[in-house]
Design a protein around this ligand. Structure first.
Ligand code: NDP
Length: 339
C-alpha cells in the first residue's frame, strides 16, 4: 500500500501538529440540510487515510461525523495500525455552548461520541454565541475562552484554539487570556490569502490552519461568477506541469510553504493520496509570486445569515437573511448517536 509521510509543525504549547489533516465536513444541501449521504464514502476514505499515514483528523460537533470518526479511529487502534498518541484529533464547540461552564459539557459530549478520553485540539468554532432558537446570546468570547482553559487544565483537550477569529478578535483574545490559542482555523486559499491575519498570528506563535484550501477551484465550491483559478486555469496547469504535480497539489504545497496547515476534505480515495503527496518538491520563487497574484480577498465561506449577530467576524453585505431552521435546530439529524 502507498504511504505518505506528513511533517509536523510545533504548537505554542510544545506539542506537534501534522501539517496536513483529513477534513470531515460533508457540507449542506441548498436547503441547509446536512448532507449525510456521503458518510459511507467518507468512512471508507478516512479509514484509507489512516492506513496510508494521515494522523491529523479535523472534525466538529456540527459535522455529525464524531461517532463515525470515533469508530474508525478506535478500530485502527485496536487493529494496531496506529497508536492513540500518534493521532491528532481536533473537534469544535458550536455556538450553543459559549457559556464558560457549557464548554466542558460540549467537550465531554464530543468525547462520548468519539469514544475517546481526550482530543488533541478543541476549537471555538465561531466567535458568535447563538442559542438553538437563533437568539443572539451576546456572550463574550473571552468568557467562552475561560471555559477552554478549564477543559485543557482538566486534560479533556491537550491543546485549545479558535476558528473564524478576525484580526481584531485575535488581538483582543491574546491580550486577555491566560493560555494563548494554539491555532486559529480560518478560510485560506489562493483567492483568500489573509496575509495580515496569518502574519499577526505567526508573530504571536499562533499557527494558522486553512479550511476550504481549494476555495472555489473545485466544482463543488464553484459559485457562479467566482474568480479564477479553477482546475483548468492555464497558469495553474502550467505550474503543475512543471513540477509533475496536479493543480490541487500545487495549491496545498503553496499553503504549506507559507507555514499554513491544511485540512482538505475528499471522499475520493485517489485524492486522499494525491493531497498528501506534496512533500517531495519546492516551488520556485517566480511561481510563488504568480500564485500570490490570485489573492483578491474573495470568500468561499460567507455565512451572511449570521451577519447581524454580535462578533460576526467578516465584512457584512447589505440586506438581511433569517437564520435557516436547519441551522438552528441542527441536532435532530440523520445520525442517531447525536443527541
Ligand atoms: P476543500 O477545499 O477541502 O474542498 C473539498 C472539495 O474538494 C470536495 O468537493 C472534494 O471532492 C474536492 N477535492 C478534494 N481534493 C481534491 C483533489 N485533489 N482534486 C480535485 N478535487 C478535490 O473544502 P472544505 O470546505 O471541505 O474544507 C476542508 C475542511 O475544513 C472541512 O472538511 C472541515 O474539516 C474544515 N472546515 C472548517 C470550517 C470552520 O468553520 N472551521 C469551515 C469549512 C470547513 P470529493 O470529496 O468529491 O473528492
Amino acid at each position: 500500500m502507498a504511504r505518505v509521510n506528513i511533517p509536523t509543525f510545533k504548537l505554542n504549547d510544545g506539542r506537534d501538529i501534522p501539517v496536513l489533516g483529513y477534513g470531515t465536513w460533508l457540507g449542506m444541501d441548498e436547503d441547509f440540510e446536512f448532507s449525510a449521504a456521503g458518510m459511507p464514502k467518507m468512512n471508507e476514505a478516512l479509514s484509507y487515510a489512516i492506513d496510508i499515514g494521515y494522523r491529523h483528523i479535523d472534525t466538529a460537533h456540527l459535522y455529525r461525523m464524531e461517532p463515525e470518526v470515533g469508530k474508525i479511529v478506535n478500530k485502527k487502534i485496536q487493529d494496531g495500525v496506529v497508536k492513540r498518541e500518534e493521532l491528532f484529533i481536533t473537534t469544535k464547540v458550536w455556538h450553543h455552548y459559549h457559556r464558560e461552564a457549557d464548554v466542558e459539557v460540549s467537550v465531554r459530549d464530543s468525547l462520548r461520541r468519539l469514544n475517546l478520553d481526550y482530543v488533541d485540539l478543541v476549537l471555538m468554532h465561531w466567535p458568535m454565541s447563538i442559542s438553538q432558537e437563533g437568539v443572539d446570546e451576546k456572550i463574550d468570547y473571552l468568557e467562552t475562552w475561560r471555559g477552554f482553559e478549564i477543559v485543557q487544565q482538566k486534560g479533556l483537550a491537550k491543546s485549545i484554539g479558535v476558528s473564524n477569529f478576525n484580526l481584531d478578535q485575535m488581538k483582543r483574545l491574546l491580550a486577555n487570556c491566560k493560555v494563548p490559542p494554539a491555532v486559529n482555523q480560518v478560510e485560506i486559499n489562493l483567492n483568500l490569502g489573509q496575509k495580515d491575519l496569518v502574519d499577526f498570528c505567526s508573530t504571536h506563535k499562533v499557527l494558522t490552519v486553512a479550511y476550504s484550501p481549494f476555495g472555489t477551484m473545485v466544482p463543488s465550491r464553484s459559485a457562479p461568477n467566482s474568480p479564477e483559478p479553477k482546475l483548468n486555469n492555464p497558469t495553474m496547469v502550467a505550474i503543475a506541469k512543471k513540477y509533475g504535480k496536479t493543480v490541487t497539489q500545487v495549491t496545498l504545497r503553496y499553503l504549506y510553504e507559507r507555514g499554513i496547515i491544511t485540512i482538505p476534505k475528499t471522499v475520493t480515495l485517489s485524492r486522499v493520496l494525491e493531497n498528501a503527496s506534496i512533500f517531495d518538491f519546492n516551488l520556485d520563487k517566480d511561481d510563488i509570486e504568480k500564485l500570490a497574484e490570485f489573492d483578491n480577498g474573495y470568500r468561499t465561506v460567507r455565512p451572511i445569515f449570521w451577519q447581524d449577530y454580535e462578533n460576526y467576524p467578516f465584512d457584512k453585505v447589505p440586506g438581511k437573511m433569517d437564520i435557516p431552521e436547519a441551522l438552528r435546530i441542527w441536532k435532530n439529524g440523520m445520525n442517531l448517536d447525536i443527541d
